[in-house]
Design a protein. Structure first.
Length: 262
């Protein structure tokens, strides 16, 4: 039999998905420089914000500023965390092109990386929650509320990953991917990060109303000191879903464009 006629058989979507995700997860411990800042920065802002603004917050009607700021620290920890830089490395080295000529499912190439991202953002959320509880933050919803908190944080982190992946696949540029963090600033600061929505004024209040992070923070905060506010949680899921649909559409269109060029 002619060896040149032998072709690799497809392993199946879920096998491909797990292979890509496992490779990405194994690479994470080898790149601590991409993980440690993602943990230190939110903890730093959490400590600074609580220390500098806790007295001012009382005038805005925030009784427990620690609990109010914990979701903000989580958002800082999980937003923009992705393997997009590693994907650019694969594109530059030619490894991604070699995958494209294999029978691997194209969508698994991207979804596998996103699964690894989801695991990472949940892992990054845990130390932040532990710090908050050590400082006195209590979840009125108990352990189930903490799990729901982690799930929402993970879903938000996953929803945002589509943006850096879209940039990575579209440009193949490390510089462009590294600059994608700039997308985070409007989401993080033009919202109710430091004061409740009804305490904001002027254009900032207007922008915050349309910022999905405002409703993400509302849902996360409700789990800490309000209780099971199903309406707030539903709105939070809707806000996450809107961002996810936009970012994933961009990412998979970029994937299709890169596959088409090969």
């Amino acid at each position: 039999m002619n060896n040149s006629s032998i072709k690799a058989k497809p392993a199946g979507f879920f096998s491909d998905l797990w292979t890509v995700a496992a490779r990405a997860l194994r690479a994470i411990p080898k790149e601590p420089e991409s993980v440690i800042p993602a943990l230190i920065i939110p903890l730093f802002f959490f400590a600074v914000n609580v220390g500098a603004l806790s007295d001012i917050s009382e005038f805005a009607g925030v009784e427990d500023f620690l609990a109010f700021q914990l979701p903000v620290a989580i958002v800082f920890a999980v937003t923009g965390i992705s393997r997009a830089s590693a994907l650019v490395t694969d594109i530059k080295s030619g490894y991604f092109d070699r995958l494209l000529v294999s029978p691997v499912k194209r969508t698994a190439l991207l979804l596998g990386l996103m699964i690894a991202d989801l695991a990472l953002v949940i892992a990054l959320s845990i130390p932040v929650i532990i710090l908050g509880t050590l400082l006195g933050v209590e979840f009125v919803t108990g352990i189930p509320g903490i799990l729901a908190f982690l799930a929402l944080a993970g879903l938000w982190g996953l929803a945002f990953t589509g943006f850096p992946y879209a940039i990575a696949l579209k440009t193949g540029s490390p510089g462009a991917v590294n600059s994608s963090f700039l997308l985070f600033f409007p989401f993080a600061f033009l919202t109710s990060s430091f004061l409740p929505l009804d305490a904001l004024t002027g254009w900032l209040a207007t922008v915050a109303v349309y910022n999905p992070v405002t409703y993400l923070l509302d849902g996360l905060r409700s789990l800490i000191y309000v209780g099971w506010d199903w309406q707030a949680l539903a709105i939070t899921l809707l806000a996450i879903g809107i961002v996810l649909s936009i970012s994933f559409t961009m990412a998979f269109l970029a994937l299709r464009g890169r596959v088409t060029r090969k």
